[in-house]
Design a protein around this ligand. Sequence first.
Ligand SMILES: [Mn+2]
Length: 384
Amino acid sequence: MKFLHISDTHLGYSQYGLSERKKDFLDVFHEAVDTAIDKKVDFIIHSGDFFHTSRPSNETFLEGIEIVKRLSDANIPVFTISGNHDRGSQVRDVSPLAILQSLGLKLVDTGFIEHEGIFIGGLKYLSKAGLKQTGGIKAILEKYLDKIRSRDGFKIILLHQEFHPFFPDSSLYMEQEIPEGFDYVGIGHYHVKQEPKIINSATVIYPGSTEFTAYNENEDKIEKGFYIVEVEDKDINCQFYPFKNRRPFISLDFQEENIDKIILSLKEKVESLLDNHQKKPVVILRGHLKNLEIKDIISILNKEGLNEDKVLHYRFNLSKETEDITDVSFVTEGDDIVFPALKELIDDENLFHIVEDVIKNLQTYENIDEVKKYLKENPDIFPV
Ligand SMILES: [Mn+2]
């Protein structure tokens, strides 16, 4: 038996407001589908965030339908769960993935599906409030297992959850939450691919996201792709397949003193990518400005021919070195200050967790337009 495990495809995400980035997310998904067909996998598991939002555009729905259709034409079933991005409001509406069910997508947000003697279970993303209401992951998974524990057959569970240490503030530990009894645990939500690990006798894998959603230094050196898992008897062999045609990201540390050197090195990197018929890169410059302004840098880049013909997008993470400028990465680094302060402010513990969930959810979006869109789509964001 052979299956492909992919996660966090975030279909429909126009990062930086660019239609090219939206297409990038679609392209890599199709690359995975190509491999699934080529390698004749028996089925695909997807551990959540298939779509980037719970209200994909009609165009994005068509893209999702095309993916599911290509696979169903090839007789490859796809099992998935709803992630935090695409689970729907839970109160007023269903997950957008429910729409794809009639086309063959197998949504396992709760419980198990038996497929040719294999048990594929899933649990959709649960917020802290949701975890409290339901009694927690372990209790839910124990209930699933009660029904099938005595049955022979490979047992897979799909999760999309914030586990420690990937989410340092989380109090969810895989060792405690995943009961003994599963053979394979496929997890989504953390976007940096992890090597297979054995936890409570199960092989646990995070394939990571297929593309950068928010550019993160930790993801820089780690490849993006998916796993193909081969199972013979109880022997499990996991191989990672990096994408061959993913949008390159170039991240450079910027210092004004070395501007000539940095531009030269960027030029070499960009030319070499384009010579190898890769997509135009996204370039991220990080560091501090002293005398120059960002517009000066743009004009230098233009003069050097590093314009839109060669670079898809520039992201400048360059703050001026003056005291009155606050840390640009306030949102992530401020958590240690913000949440304890909020906790003091909000007496009711349940309400605090709900507010905390909402803020953390909003932090996963990269810019204000994305947040606005999310808020519009989720008017009942406070489930109180
Ligand atoms: Mn995700």
